[in-house]
Design a protein around this ligand. Sequence first.
Ligand SMILES: [Zn+2]
Length: 91
Amino acid sequence: MVRPMQRSRSLKRVYRRTPGGKTVVHYERRKRTPMRCARCGTILFGVPTTDELRRSLPKSSKRPERIFGGFLCARCLREVLKQVVRESVSR
Ligand SMILES: [Zn+2]
């Protein structure tokens, strides 16, 4: 059985072939990746990149304080809102 800390999915599992031919599992820290827009995939501003900051900062500092802040970028939000309003007006 692996060590308890290695059961966590916060560590990435990397399969490595040893010189003896065995395949072993290495546990590595995941890369710090910036948060991305759910619609277009651009990097979101105003969202901390490190897990420590995401944990320690107050909630209002973790993402923009607007509707869908930290989920959609500003451009996508604008387009989505326009689309919703136009659909509601046309009915
Ligand atoms: Zn977007």
